[in-house]
Write a protein that binds this ligand. Structure first.
Ligand SMILES: Cc1cc2nc3c(=O)[nH]c(=O)nc-3n(C[C@H](O)[C@H](O)[C@H](O)COP(=O)(O)OP(=O)(O)OC[C@H]3O[C@@H](n4cnc5c(N)ncnc54)[C@H](O)[C@@H]3O)c2cc1C
Length: 341
């Protein structure tokens, strides 16, 4: 068997959307399960710390990575079944997420349109249960397969096993660093109604004069909104929304509301409230403000940007300063959304 094509002292600068210039001790582009099986059988490689990498759009590389980066590059998309109500489609972990969404729409399968233009790859979508414009990935998820580094087995996990929650899943907890997602299967409803719960989407469609939108119309509206609101990582380094929207008790929300009648909050099914993290950050004066070569984006206070040459430590410093200010002013803890490595 040929040895694995591992590269050493590998720059990750073009492999993370924040554009942080960190170096990995070793790097492997993974295109098959057999490579992963070979990897765990080679003691010199198996003992290295591992970082599974997709599109690098939800990572903060705080320093060089003294281990092996496994870049998931396996490809493939197909319809794998259907019944009266549902079409089942599967995509390999290395497929670009938006490319996959477009492919489903081109096949005439609705359901993922609200998640258009989210950067990154299919394999990472379940890790934080990506969500946007009123839809979370878990609502369209059927199952996934994953390679277990501990046993060398391939596991199949259904929705319950993945323990999805807001920007969360089992892969951030019990299965963190233990498995790599190989492919994901989605269950797309054949008779779905467009999800227009978000005012921005409804407004965009209204502006375009579309009264009965198709899935393609919703996708186009979401793409237009996102393109206006969010910086393109190819132009200005960023990782999208940098903090999760904090969830607080009704009592805490009421106390804050009494002091800040403009507070932006959304009731949750469990009686708690989700606060708009961007509003809290904006109120602390961080919108458009820099700390060294990193800053908070001028059009959207929730997005942390690399103004040029920011190191992982610059990002950590700014993130901490924003968290401290929001805690000081509102008594609310902001939790970063990207994974810090
Ligand atoms: C401009 C912009 C906008 C964004 N908008 C949104 C949004 O609207 N909603 C949203 O939810 N997110 C959003 N994000 C965040 C990001 O796009 C998603 O979290 C995306 O799913 C990350 O995919 P990735 O392939 O880049 O993952 P990476 O950044 O490469 O990895 C993220 C995490 O997943 C792990 N991982 C990656 N692939 C695998 C795999 N195959 N198996 C196991 N673990 C894996 C990594 O180890 C890491 O812990 C945005 C980011 C940007 C830059």
């Amino acid at each position: 068997m040929p040895s694995l094509p591992v590269q050493t002292t590998f720059s990750l600068r073009h492999y993370n959307t924040l554009g942080i210039d960190a170096t990995a001790r070793a790097y492997l582009s993974v295109t098959s399960i057999s490579q992963l099986q070979q990897l765990i059988a080679e003691p010199a490689l198996a003992k290295l710390p591992r970082l599974v990498l997709g599109g690098g759009s939800n990572l903060v590389l705080t320093q060089d990575f003294d281990g092996l980066v496994l870049h998931m590059c396996n490809l493939g998309m197909q319809k794998v079944g259907e019944d009266d109500d549902t079409v089942y489609v599967r995509a390999a972990a290395g497929e670009n997420w938006h490319g996959f969404v477009r492919w489903t729409l081109a096949q005439g399968f609705a359901g993922l349109e609200n998640l258009s233009l989210i950067p990154g790859n299919v394999g990472a979508a379940p890790i934080q249960n990506i969500g946007a414009y009123g839809v979370e990935m878990q609502e369209r998820f059927h199952s996934l397969t994953a390679f277990d580094f501990n046993t060398g087995n391939v596991l199949t996990l259904d929705r319950t096993a993945c323990a999805f929650a807001y920007r969360d899943s089992v892969f951030k907890h019990a299965l963190r660093d233990r498995v790599v997602v190989l492919d994901v299967t989605f269950a797309l409803p054949k008779h779905s109604q467009p999800v227009l719960a978000y005012a921005d989407v409804a407004h965009e469609l209204h502006t375009l004069g579309i009264k009965v939108p198709t899935a393609n119309d919703v996708s186009a509206a979401v793409i237009a909104i996102r393109t206006r609101k969010l910086p393109d990582p190819a132009v200005i380094g960023n990782a999208g929304s940098f903090f999760k929207n904090p969830i607080v008790t009704a009592m805490q929300r009421d106390a804050l509301f009494a002091q800040h009648p403009q507070l932006v909050s959304y009731p949750q099914p469990d009686g708690r409230f989700k606060l708009a993290a961007g509003w809290l950050i904006d109120q602390c004066g961080w919108k458009g403000k820099n700390l060294g070569p990193a800053g908070m984006y001028e059009k959207q206070a929730l997005v942390l940007v690399n103004r040029g040459g920011a190191t992982g430590q610059d990002i950590v410093r700014l993130s901490q300063a924003v968290q401290d200010d929001v805690m000081h002013r509102f008594g609310v803890n902001l939790e970063p959304e990207p994974i810090f490595i």
